[in-house]
Design a binder for this molecule. Structure first.
Ligand code: NAD
Length: 476
């Protein structure tokens, strides 16, 4: 059994393929197999067969392979970044950050191999207990298209270090960089069957993986609706779930904030990756004293962004990832204005004309005068559209921030510690940033509350989630 169930391994059960095209130009890049249920079964069997030997290795040996893979990713980072930009659309600078970020995550997990991961409990005359952590078995990782390389690292690093084997299903619009990195893990010494990649649509390949009885854990990142379906399907068998779902992160800027810094934070927070990030700034709440100045500065910055093919030097924002994405974002904006739920300050429509004919480009957009119950505040808007609201005080900002079914991230921009304290205590979110937004280093646990999901990626918490405790009771 080849480690990779992919195009080069020619494992497709039939002759149908999924084409991968560049969202900036429409250029055909490559094709991957439309995986079948049989491909999923073969991948799970390969992972199951590899589990015994892999789980018996020391964590140090497993960590060394992750460390070598990180070196290989760094060696090839230019090619990987180009491939990621071609299939996903983001500017090459962002792809380079993401590829390096994946190497950092694998290296981080390698670095914690050998850390104490159990406990001893003394029961006096009744004996002693030794509590160890053991891997779960075959795990499934299901990946979205927006940050496919980082999210691959978030799942592969802890799952493999803990001694599990993995079947990974990439998104159909961005499978190529995931497959190439899987190849580098193989080159780094990963034994056959430890990591298997199955390409194919979510409703067939993904469903077959989620429903497979031998899969012990599912780690899914994607849309809330898909997460709910997966949770229902997963109930047929006993297994653990990590669900990293959508978000509608609020950014609160108080009157005492460093305004130029906060303007940069809002610009990057919303328009990085064309706004297609779960923890992007999706609602901006400005204290009324600084609102006008802030909006003017931010509008000028947004209008200064260079939009285009991510491969071209100097591009600040690339296209959306697909025609569906472009359609969704266009509808959200036209419905908002059609219902008079906001006023377009800048942007508001797709970018057309020379250079943009075949791509899915949308102008970076600011919307002001937003109605309190506007749909774009209540649902996740996964693109370059930022609603901007004015609030009279911190209490109002916190009430509005919490008026959401999500709870992924939030940020407050201030110099006042008591403001930070109040936001940290009262805002519902898995992470609260102060004077920044978006950054999630590998050692920092990351995940949401409410509809944003269950479980945590990153750090020891993710490693823990790929293990279960096993106790030796010594009744002396
Ligand atoms: P999506 O749910 O459409 O797809 C994600 C993955 O799930 C893809 O690989 C897809 O093929 C697969 N899939 C789809 N239906 C499936 C099914 N029935 N069974 C099994 N697998 C299935 O999401 P997307 O559009 O690729 O990604 C965007 C969403 O992801 C946004 O909502 C975003 O907020 C969220 N996201 C969350 C995080 C986080 O960490 N919280 C990070 C990135 C993206």
């Amino acid at each position: 059994m080849d480690m990779l169930i992919n195009g080069t391994a020619a494992m497709a059960a039939d002759e149908t393929w999924i084409e991968v095209n560049n969202p900036a130009t429409g250029e055909y890049i490559d094709k991957v197999p439309r995986g079948s249920k049989e491909d999923v079964n073969a991948a799970v069997e390969a992972a199951d067969a590899a589990f015994g030997a892999w789980s018996q290795k020391t964590t140090r040996d497993r960590g060394l392979i992750l460390c070598r893979a990180a070196e290989l990713i760094r060696r090839d980072h230019k090619d990987l970044a180009r491939l990621l930009t071609r299939e996903q659309g983001k500017p090459i600078r962002e792809s380079t950050d993401e590829v390096r970020g994946c190497a950092n995550i694998l290296e981080y997990y390698a670095s914690i191999a050998g850390q104490p991961d159990g406990e001893a409990i003394s029961l006096g005359k009744a004996g002693d207990c030794l509590v160890t952590r053991v891997p779960l078995g075959v795990c499934a990782a299901i990946i979205p298209w927006n940050m496919p390389v980082i999210i691959m690292g978030w799942k592969v690093g802890p799952a493999l270090l803990a001694g599990n084997t993995l079947v990974l299903k990439p998104s159909s619009s961005t499978p190529l960089t995931n497959l190439t990195i899987a190849g580098l893990l193989q080159e780094a010494g990963l034994p056959a069957g430890v990591l298997n990649v199955v390409t194919g649509p979510g409703d067939t390949t993904g469903t077959a993986l989620v429903q497979h009885p031998r899969v012990k854990k599912i780690s899914f990142t994607g849309d809330c609706a898909t997460g709910r379906r997966i949770r229902e399907m997963a109930q047929d068998h006993i297994r653990t779930l990590t669900l990293e779902l959508g978000g509608s992160d609020p950014m609160i800027v108080m009157a005492d904030a460093d305004i130029p810094n906060a303007v940069e934070g809002a610009l990057r927070g919303r328009f990085y990756n064309a706004g297609q990030i779960c923890t992007a700034v999706k609602r901006l709440y400005l204290h009324e004293k600084i609102a006008e100045e802030f909006i003017s500065l931010l509008t000028a910055k947004v209008e200064g962004l260079t939009i285009g093919n991510g491969l071209l030097p100097g591009t600040d924002m690339g296209p959306l990832n697909s025609a569906e994405q472009l359609g969704r974002i266009s509808s959200v904006v036209s419905e908002t204005t059609g219902r008079e739920e906001g006023t377009i300050r800048t942007g508001g429509c797709p970018l057309t004309g020379p250079g943009f004919e075949k791509g899915f480009f949308f102008k970076p957009t600011l919307i002001t005068d937003v109605a309190p119950d506007a749909a774009l505040l209540r649902n996740e808007v996964f693109g370059p559209v930022l609603p901007v609201m004015t609030v009279p005080d911190l209490g109002a900002a916190i009430r509005e921030a919490n008026h959401s079914k999500y709870g992924l991230g939030a940020s407050v921009w201030t110099k006042d510690l008591s403001t930070v304290k109040q936001v940290f205590r009262e805002v519902n979110a898995g992470i609260i940033w102060v004077n920044r937004h978006l950054t999630v280093p590998p050692e920092v646990p990351f995940g949401g509350t409410n509809e944003s999901g269950i479980g945590r990626e990153n750090g020891f918490k993710a490693l823990d989630s790929y293990t279960q405790s096993k106790t030796l009771y010594l009744g002396w």
